[in-house]
Design a protein around this ligand. Sequence first.
Ligand SMILES: C[S@@+](CC[C@H](N)C(=O)[O-])C[C@H]1O[C@@H](n2cnc3c(N)ncnc32)[C@H](O)[C@@H]1O
Length: 266
Amino acid sequence: LEIGAGTGLVSVSTLKPYVLFHAFCLLVPAEQERSDQTVARQKWVPNVICRINKDIYHYVGQDIVIYESIDSFGAMMWPAALALCSFLDNNRDTVDLRGKEVLELGAGTGLVAIVASLLGAAVTATDLPEILGNLQANLMRNTRGLCRHTPQVAPLSWGYDLESTYPSSVYRYDYVLAADVVYHHDFLDELLVTMKYFCKPGTTLIWANKVRFESDLVFTENFKKAFHTSLLVEEGEMKIFMAMSREEDEGDRNRLSRPTDCRLKA
Ligand SMILES: C[S@@+](CC[C@H](N)C(=O)[O-])C[C@H]1O[C@@H](n2cnc3c(N)ncnc32)[C@H](O)[C@@H]1O
């Protein structure tokens, strides 16, 4: 139930993009009709333009059809997703995903999760609840009958209380993937905590990001302090980092009372 629905935008925003598109076609004439009747409000014009795109990408020998929309950040394709897909597709020896348990953070439209699934991984693609409908549709459309492991979709909001929703005794991953999850938002601390939570000893985290803001550089410094890191790719502002937990070192230090060397250097 939406109280005081007005144009219906709030209700509509919970719908999938293709439903959204048709809903806006219905909404705009209704709004115009209303403003015809209310002369005093004629200056007010809705400034919402909703555009649905269908793009085709090509990785792992497959055409991958992705539905996108400008409706939200998570419904758009971001450049780091393309960089990470190219990297995974072209470096299968370095990162062998066959049979591996993979978690993706902030999966958005799902291209990275699709490519990882086509490469043989058992993928769980996560994002905020409102992103999951389009994500699931993209995943199903592009992996059905093609992958050994059907990719899963799950809600995951970055934060401090992950043990209650993703108990570490149950959820362990070989790889954690993240593309363009660092941009101008207020959850960078929560994101780093989430990365540390899932990147346990034995897990490899691969983070692709286009550097845009000063805050991206601050995050990168904190990321390097939190993990053993190596820079896999650097092309202009696009960087792909590989990271591993420092917990093993802490465990070793506690056991052996001596510091250990970094296994990977940035
Ligand atoms: C810039 S988009 C990148 C999407 C996709 N990885 C790509 O590269 O195309 C950032 C993604 O992070 C998700 N996100 C933002 N804040 C989040 C949060 N607090 N918890 C979980 N996901 C979040 C967004 O919904 C979105 O899908």
